[in-house]
Write a protein that binds this ligand. Structure first.
Ligand code: PLP
Length: 828
């Protein structure tokens, strides 16, 4: 044997088998030899872990090859920075993308285990709140599937999104310790640890050549330890990386600076450092002002940029001339926008570049995606907090701002109002850093996430910036990955589609258009309906198991699942449910179309109105489901703990998708796309991507209602909810029922805040303004449902038109317009 280290020798291992027998052998190996399970009765959990390890081996094989290829091509790369990655489960995705689904099923059958039961044991990786985090996960899948060299950077929260329980109709939050049994998909990379600074002060000094520099001194440091998760492409041998950082203390056992008596404090310091990656903030719009949240944001930005810069220096030394040519950082909302000053700091303080050189690189590598127009979601941090926590960063932000405002002043002399509006620093009782302004100034690209949203960004939120730099702004309408959201979530529909139009749509979702003629084929429609009925029965069983509610067989499945938020208007849906109930009670039962109305979603723990809405829905459901008059006509349920793995089951079984936000408020939505892909019809407002969904499927195949964004803003200031109540007898009856306490007989007054909110002239969401047109469209939908031929036809046409909502299309556009990456081509 030579004395070469093992890793330097040519790898003597043969490629891993991709057949059932190989998979079974490896799974047994891990089960018996690594996990030490008892041969007679190994716990199902160990079977899950052993199968996951076998799959991970096959991913790692391709991962190494991809990394080698990326290094050899040394081309441009993108780094997707996000505080959230809502991944859900990994096993099904790995099986689908590696093409090992049948092999795994067969391998387990010999163990007398059902693959579906094993997969249910995997906890969701819930490292995100909702749409923004799920988008990041869909994007990673599309990047890998398109062979684009994109690395995700995020935080490895010990506790992800809380688990929601419903007790007495109210949300109860339980911690989500998703790592309890370990995560078999991740690989710890302790050798790539990074050091992140906090506190201290900025210090000026002269180097040996007499040049003046700043450095950040007397800092309290935290270590960032990376854990890598493989992101497989769809059957293309590519495996990209999601690198998640965990915070730990620098050196807990270096007690030099403590006297012996301070040992417990020294160990406690470790705990303090680890708080940074302890828990995901459970608010899908904002967490302004929380110091821990700012620490998380800087921790992610700093560790990730250090990682990228260190890789560059390892190859190119201190020559950064081509750095911008090779790197792009996509910022998922303003959450990681500390990356702008942090890259400046690294290039200047740690690598000796001057301001102009560093700014040239920074402003040509950063790209910012805006996700919301809601004012409460626009991040602002107090200058005071910044100065204390990140003094050197604040200094750089101030300098960026001074130079930027100087430029504006040259272009628009004397316009102090403009300077104030554009400034990164907001003046007032307390100075604030506007993170969105920092991101816009520091980026070469700013994009919105649907056509309407981008238009409103340019016309309203960023109008002054748009005027200054019109070419910076662009639209990238969101998408969802058709692997998880169609192929995996709906295998019955997948196989039926493939039988009809062949398999090409699996690589190019726009080919689903080939399904259009099938909409007029009675035999095909029948099979379409059968697949969907089977999905609905599975969902009904799930709803029964978790809520005790028995769905009405073959009734319309009407679904609103998403974060609970006033702008999403779950209340409008709830008022309509009360109206349907009222119709039944007043003797119109024979005119009411049987429906199962399903709600699910989490409320931010501190969001009073959202939590009260959950209670409201549960009380309504309780009254309706227990009233014998509703038998066979109306069922209402609130399914607890909405999450990715639940949505996989729900979207495949939905007839009517509720996308009813106040126009101008939902940036894009992506739930709407998952439903459409699976053949649901949409009832919705002209908001976010609903507009593009309606354009794609045709106006006559979409249930449109409500005010549009312009009408909403025109109505503001003279909105009078009373007028709408007086004008619609049905609405007046609903309000009367509410005010009589019908749904809170033993809980007096608890829904007063809801009645107050919707009857208030300042209701920003204008719930009652849209009630009547919503009610009418709901009737129209119910009428179409009676014509099952027509409904199934429209269902097929919705799937056929959903191709542009593949995140592959979105990512291809990011690449053409922003990233300019060359796809990798891997040979098996
Ligand atoms: C798709 C998805 C969302 C986003 O839904 P919207 O209806 O677009 O708000 C949120 N949470 C989960 C678990 C999802 O799968």
């Amino acid at each position: 044997m030579s004395s070469q280290p093992l890793s330097k020798t040519a790898c003597p291992l043969p490629p891993l088998g991709m057949d059932a027998l190989s998979l079974r052998m490896d799974t047994c190996h891990y089960l018996l030899r690594t996990l030490g399970a008892e041969e007679t009765a190994e716990p199902a959990n160990s079977v899950y872990t052993a199968l996951a390890m076998s799959l991970r081996d096959r991913l790692v094989e391709r991962w190494k090859n991809t990394q080698k290829k990326v290094a050899a091509e040394s081309g441009r790369r993108t780094f997707y920075l996000s505080l959230e990655f809502l991944l859900g489960r990994a096993m099904g995705n790995a099986l689908l993308n590696l093409g090992l689904e049948d092999a795994a099923r067969e391998a387990l059958t010999r163990e007398h285990r059902e693959l579906v039961d094993i997969m249910e044991l995997e906890p969701d990786a819930g490292l995100g709140n909702g749409g923004l985090g799920r988008l990041a996960a869909c994007f990673l899948d599309s990047c890998a599937s398109l062979g684009l060299p994109v690395t995700g950077y995020g935080i490895r929260y010990s506790y992800g999104m809380f688990r929601q329980e419903i007790r007495g109709g109210e949300q109860v939050e339980e911690p989500d310790h998703w790592l309890r049994n370990g995560c078999p998909w991740e690989l710890k990379r302790p050798e790539r640890v990074r050091r992140v600074h906090f506190f201290g002060r900025s210090d000026g000094y002269h180097d040996a050549q007499g040049r003046f520099h700043q450095r950040w001194v007397d800092t309290h440091d935290v270590l960032a330890v990376p854990y890598d998760i493989p992101i497989p492409g769809y059957r293309n041998e590519v495996v990209n990386t999601l690198r998640l950082w965990r915070a730990t203390a620098t050196d807990i056992f270096d007690l030099g600076e403590f006297n012996a008596g301070a040992y417990p404090e020294a160990v406690a310091a470790k705990n303090n450092a680890e708080h940074i990656s302890m828990v995901l903030y459970p608010n899908d719009s904002s967490e302004n002002g929380k110091e821990l949240r700012l620490r998380q944001q800087y921790f992610l930005a700093s560790a990730s940029l250090q990682d990228v810069v260190a890789d560059w220096v390892a190859i190119h030394g201190e020559d950064f001339r081509n750095f911008a040519k090779h790197h792009c950082f996509q910022l998922n909302d303003t959450h990681p926008s500390c990356a702008v000053p942090e890259l400046m700091r690294l290039l200047m303080d740690e690598h000796g570049l001057n301001w102009e050189e560093a700014w040239d690189i920074t402003s040509h590598t950063m790209a910012y995606t805006n996700h919301t127009l809601l004012p409460e979601a626009l991040e602002r941090w107090s200058v005071r907090l910044f100065r204390q926590l990140l003094p050197r960063l604040l200094e750089i932000i101030m300098e960026i701002n001074a130079r930027f405002l100087q430029e504006v002043a040259w272009r628009a002399p004397g316009n102090t109002g403009l300077l104030q509006r554009l400034s990164i620093i907001e003046e007032g009782d307390e100075q604030m850093v506007r993170m969105a302004h920092l991101a816009v100034v520091g980026s070469f690209s700013v994009n919105g996430v649907a056509a309407l949203h981008t238009r409103l960004l340019c016309e309203d939120l960023f109008a002054d910036f748009h005027h200054l730099w019109p070419k910076k702004f662009n639209n990238k309408t969101n998408g969802v990955t058709p692997r998880r959201w169609l192929q995996w979530a709906n295998p019955g529909l997948r196989d039926l589609v493939t039988e009809r139009i062949g398999p090409d749509w699996k690589h190019d979702l726009e080919r689903l258009r080939d399904l259009e003629p099938a909409a007029d084929d009675a035999k095909f429609r029948k099979r379409w309906a059968e697949v969907r009925r089977a999905n609905k029965e599975r969902l009904a069983a799930l709803v029964h198991q978790h809520t005790g509610v028995t769905f009405i067989r073959d009734a319309l499945v009407d679904v609103q699942v998403k974060r609970i938020h006033e702008y999403k208007r779950q209340l409008l849906n709830a008022l309509h449910v009360i109206h349907l109930y009222d119709r039944i009670k007043r003797g119109e039962a024979n005119q009411v179309t049987p429906r199962n109305v399903l709600f699910a979603g989490k409320a931010a723990p501190g969001y009073f109105m959202a939590k009260r809405t959950i209670k409201f829905i549960n009380n309504i459901a309780n009254v309706i489901n227990h009233d014998p008059d509703t038998e066979g006509l109306l069922r209402v349920s609130f399914l607890p703990d909405y999450r990715v793995s639940l949505m996989e089951q729900i979207c495949a079984a939905t007839d009517l998708s509720e996308q009813i936000s106040t126009a101008g408020k939902e940036a894009s939505g992506t739930g709407n796309m998952k439903f459409m892909m699976n053949g649901a019809l949409t009832i919705g407002t002209l908001d976010g991507a609903n507009i593009e969904i309606r354009d794609a499927v045709g106006a006559e195949h979409f249930f449109l209602f409500g005010l549009n964004a312009e009408e909403v803003s025109q109505l503001r200031g003279h909105y009078n909810p009373e007028l709408y109540i007086q004008a619609d007898h049905d609405l007046a009856r609903v309000m009367d029922l509410l005010q009589s306490g019908y749904f809170n007989a033993f809980e007096p007054g608890i829904f007063d805040p809801i009645v107050h909110a919707v009857t208030h002239p300042h209701d920003p969401w204008m719930v009652l303004a849209d009630f009547t047109s919503y009610k009418i469209k709901q009737r129209e939908a119910a009428d179409v449902w009676h014509d099952q031929t027509e409904w199934q036809r429209l269902s097929i046409l919705n799937t056929a038109a959903s191709g542009i909502f593949s995140s592959d299309r979105t990512i291809a556009q990011y690449n053409t317009d922003i990233w300019h990456l060359t796809p990798l081509v891997m040979t098996p």
